[in-house]
Every structure is written in C-alpha cells, then in structure tokens.
Design a protein around this ligand. Structure first.
Ligand SMILES: Cc1cc2nc3c(=O)[nH]c(=O)nc-3n(C[C@H](O)[C@H](O)[C@H](O)COP(=O)(O)O)c2cc1C
Length: 194
C-alpha cells in the first residue's frame, strides 16, 4: 500500500496550537501516513529536507494580530529558498489555526496559508466538512463548530491553557489530518498510474 508522507509545519507560542498540531498528526497517522511534526521556530536542515520529501504539508499557527504569528511568517519567508526552484510544486497543502476570539480574524490566517501554498504551486486541501452548530439541533460539540471551510479553525478561551482547547476543535483538526493523508494517497496512486 502507498504510504503518503505528511508534514505538519507549525508554530505555537503558548502551547494551544501545539495541541491541535498533535490532533492533525493523529488523524494523518490513523489514515496510514508517515508524519513529521515540525516546529517552524526550531526547524533544522533535516526537517527542511523532510518537508522537501513530503507529499503534503499542513501549515499551522495561532492567529496573532489577525494573521499567522511572526515566527510562522519567518518560516514562510525562509521557504522562499524553495520557491525559487518551485521545489514544493504539486505537493498538497492545508492549514489550521487557533485564536482567543470566536472569529478573531482566523480566516485571514488560513487565507495567508492558502496564498503561501499557491506561491509554491501547491494544491490546497479544504476542510471538507459541513458547518456545525448552525441550527437549533446543533451544539458547540459539533465538528467544524465554527463553520470554516478553508481549514481547521479552533477557538480557545484566553484565560485557559492548552488543556482548554475545545474537544470539537481537536476532532475537527483530526479530521483534517485524515483528509490530507487520504488525499495524498489518492494523488500518489494517480501519479503512479499516469
Ligand atoms: C501577540 C498576540 C496576538 C493575538 N492576536 C489575536 C487575534 O488577532 N485574534 C484573536 O482572536 N486572538 C488573538 N490572540 C490570542 C491567541 O490567538 C490565543 O491565545 C491562542 O490560543 C494562542 O495560541 P498558542 O498558545 O498556540 O500561541 C493573540 C495572542 C497574542 C499573544
């Protein structure tokens, strides 16, 4: 069976986004992927090589001041070395973010990830879930409770630590990891058959 390689390139200032990154990792591993979990603020040459060898890269960052964190932006700028040769062209990309407010302008962070992926010539994998918690039978425990299509979005109360990351958001992140791994497998099989 084809084993897709999925990397999760993320930053977390205070540990909340790290919990989501772990959920994405679990989902991708459940779907049979080999997974690299990479902290972009400590990235090594070996980890850059792991990104180069991946079928899919999932970008993750907290939303700070309405966009990805400065540490994630530094990583994005450093990835310009890969951009010159379009080294990541045709890989899959996806994203997740977390914020203190229910919206918190998270959409902008996910759109930044999507533009980053497009600059690299990557193919974006959306969340692939209907919005939850949008009718009288729904609840905050629904998958995709924040109703975002572009990627996995989470909200954590600003007075709570990483243990306070909402279980529905963790499930949503796990779903994204599974979906990315499954899509990467389909792409690898298609490439082999072409
Ligand atoms: C510098 C800074 C800027 C922030 N900006 C936003 C923001 O624009 N919108 C929002 O909802 N929360 C904002 N927050 C809250 C964080 O997104 C939230 O605390 C998140 O859980 C932090 O994740 P982390 O522990 O992975 O860093 C900000 C926090 C910091 C420290």
């Amino acid at each position: 069976m084809t084993t897709p390689v999925v990397s999760i390139a993320y930053h977390s200032g205070y540990g909340h986004t790290a919990v989501l990154a772990e959920a994405v990792r679990e989902g991708a591993a459940e779907a049979g992927a080999q997974v690299h979990l990479i902290k972009v603020d400590e990235i090594t040459d070996e980890q850059w090589a792991a990104l180069d060898g991946s079928d899919a890269i999932v970008f993750g960052s907290p939303t700070y001041m309405g966009t990805a964190s400065a540490a994630f932006h530094a990583f994005a700028e450093a990835s310009s070395k890969r951009w010159f040769g379009q080294d990541w062209k045709d890989k899959l990309a996806a994203g997740f973010t977390n914020s203190g407010s229910k919206s918190g302008d998270k959409l902008h962070t996910l759109q930044f990830f999507q533009v980053l992926a497009a600059q690299h010539g990557m193919n974006w994998v959306s969340l692939g879930l209907h919005p939850g918690w949008n009718n009288s039978a729904g609840s905050e425990n629904d998958l995709n409770r924040l109703g975002v299509f572009l990627g996995a979005a989470a909200q954590t109360n600003v007075d709570e630590g990483p243990d306070g990351v909402h279980k529905a958001d963790l499930e949503t992140a796990r779903h994204l990891g599974r979906r990315v791994a499954e899509t990467a497998r389909l792409f690898a099989l298609g490439r082999a058959a072409a």
